[in-house]
Write a protein that binds this ligand. Sequence first.
Ligand code: HEC
Length: 138
Amino acid sequence: MKMVKPINLALVALAGITFACGGGEKTSETTSTPVVVAPAKEISLEEKHQDDPIYIKGLAKLKTSDCTSCHMVERKIVGPSYADVAAKYEATDENIDMLAKKVVEGGVGTWGEIPMTPHPAVSMEDAKDMVRYILLLK
Ligand code: HEC
């Protein structure tokens, strides 16, 4: 038993050296002339849809209300991001009706414990246009 320990240590040390050499070889493989690969420019969901009439109309209506204080396009703040909402629902008439109703009446429980305030000043027609805009953001 007493002989085992030093042998093991030697093996560990050897493995360490081998590993270090392997790592060294890798860095020497990298060429001195850097290959510049320009990353494909990521276009935002907003840029992607900015010319769509549904987008333009819905966004204009959305700006007349307080939606932006709780929602952002690609980041969750108080409410879910529009992109998350768009990913969850298909833009069917049924979903548009249901979500527009929720915007007008308010609601809670689909995305968490924080409720969305009701928007009685927003007509169902305007709410539907806002929802059509949101569901486009995918
Ligand atoms: C006070 C903050 C707040 C405001 C203002 C607000 N929302 Fe929301 N919204 C939320 C929260 C929180 C949720 C998630 C509710 C839930 O979990 O059911 C939500 C959810 C939603 C959903 C998804 C509903 C579902 O059932 O999946 C839509 C669509 C939406 N909001 C649109 C709007 C629009 C359009 C406006 C502006 C007219 C607006 N919101 C204003 C907080 C807000």
